[in-house]
Ligand binder design. Structure first.
Ligand SMILES: Cc1cc2nc3c(=O)[nH]c(=O)nc-3n(C[C@H](O)[C@H](O)[C@H](O)COP(=O)(O)O)c2cc1C
Length: 397
């Protein structure tokens, strides 16, 4: 079954930020803010974008760049470009069966899709709708038996990579969610405003609550009955996210997970070394898109230190603030083997489902292709810091 998009975009989006604008028009405010927002004053979230903007590419001309190739291999898997659709919770609230639509677009583009623990569509539903199994993202939960069951469900559908998110021992405050009564005690007035916000978005209502059922957390159906009740979800998160987790717990994961294992949420070179000692196959340099601890470094700033510490031992990936294919080229040049995108695909799926996610990936692909050509490179796998502009003496002996 293919989900046809019944939502023609009506304009021709040219960039990721165009999809953001379409998502803003389409979604109830509370859902748009849930995607768009970050923790506290959102300074790390902004820095992810602005620090990437400050990384400059080195324009090199008059090389033969007639054949350009973005193929690369990440954690044993061949990718058609160095991009991965990272784990984004609740995507099935942004568009009808949102995870399925995004996973199909990813498959079509030849890149992996990472299924979040807190997805609306269960991992089995996503796996059934695609022919390449998704990667699976797991939080370290207090109920280890439940986490083990999730790992075996992911293994049963053939997920090749487990992404263990380790930057949530406690949850950062997201003020937009509080203001929109998505978290915390809601007054009667706040509940009324929330209802009004939903009711005034008929396009979204027709797509998601009407055609997109069931709106439950597919991977957590036994423990969180209703995905549209933020309170149920919040109490599950509060009761399940485990602040006592340490590097020793990686051994427990290894006992139950037979595939590749990467940890997501490392910024510090010392943590990166510990991750390698604990036996992971890869590290994702991430600050959760600026949604956890505000005032930590952007990923563009943190990545070089992690690459220097462990880049010759395990694969280093990165995410945060990627809004163009040029951003992908910059992070890869700084040492990431591939880049995860979060908001970019969340906005696209909200804007126009599978087709829009596919088009958005095309935009990134075309940006990367141009950036390769104009930095004088032909292969993504050739990118390194020499593709970046460091100052007027670049390239001098
Ligand atoms: C709406 C939203 C939901 C997210 N949900 C998860 C999640 O369930 N698990 C996880 O590990 N990371 C989650 N993240 C973080 C992303 O995987 C990723 O680290 C981040 O979005 C990268 O930054 P970017 O959005 O600027 O690309 C989420 C991010 C967003 C925006």
């Amino acid at each position: 079954m293919r989900i046809a998009s019944d939502r023609p975009l009506g304009v021709s989006p040219a960039s990721v930020l165009d999809y953001r604008e379409l998502a803003r028009r389409r979604l109830p405010r509370q859902l748009f803010d849930y995607i768009d927002g970050g923790a506290y004053e959102e300074s790390t979230m902004r820095a992810n974008v602005s620090d990437l903007e400050r990384v400059l590419l080195r324009q090199i001309v008059m090389r033969d760049v007639s054949v350009r190739d973005q193929n690369c291999e990440v954690l044993g898997q061949k990718l058609e470009m160095p991009v991965i659709l990272g784990p984004v919770g609740l995507a099935g609230m942004f568009a009808r069966r949102g995870e399925v639509q995004a996973a199909r677009a990813a498959e079509d583009a030849g890149v992996p899709f990472v299924e979040s623990t807190v997805s609306i569509c269960a991992i089995e539903e996503v796996a059934e709708a695609t022919s390449v199994p998704p990667w699976f993202q797991l939080y370290v939960m207090r109920d280890r038996g439940f986490a083990e069951k999730l790992m075996s469900r992911a293994q049963a559908v053939g997920a090749p990579v487990l992404v263990l998110t380790i930057d949530l021992p406690v949850v950062g405050a997201r003020h937009r969610d509080t203001r929109n009564a998505m978290v915390g005690e809601a007054s009667t007035w706040a509940k009324f405003r929330r209802g009004l916000d939903l009711a005034t978005h008929p396009g979204w209502i027709a797509d998601v609550p009407v055609k997109g059922k069931p709106l439950t957390f597919g991977n957590l159906a036994d423990v969180v009955p209703d995905a549209s009740s933020p309170q149920d979800f919040k109490s599950w998160v509060d009761s399940q996210f485990d602040p006592s987790v340490t590097w020793e717990d990686i051994a427990w994961v290894r006992e139950h997970w037979k595939g590749r294992l990467v940890v997501k949420g490392v910024l510090d070179p010392e943590d990166a070394r510990r991750a390698v000692d604990a036996g992971v196959d890869g590290v994702i340099v991430s600050n959760h898109g600026g949604r956890q601890l505000d005032s930590v470094p952007s990923t563009a700033m943190a990545l070089p230190g992690v690459v220097e510490a462990i880049g010759d031992q395990v694969e280093v990936l990165a995410d945060g603030g990627v809004r163009t294919g040029l951003d992908v080229v910059k992070l890869v040049s700084l040492g990431a083997k591939a880049v995860l995108i979060g908001r970019a695909w969340a906005w696209a799926v909200a804007a126009g489902g599978e087709g829009a996610v596919r088009q958005m990936i095309n935009v990134l692909e075309s940006d990367i292709d141009t950036a390769l050509g104009l930095t004088g490179r032909t292969l993504v796998t050739e990118l390194d810091t020499s593709a970046l502009y460091r100052g007027p003496n670049d390239g001098e002996a």
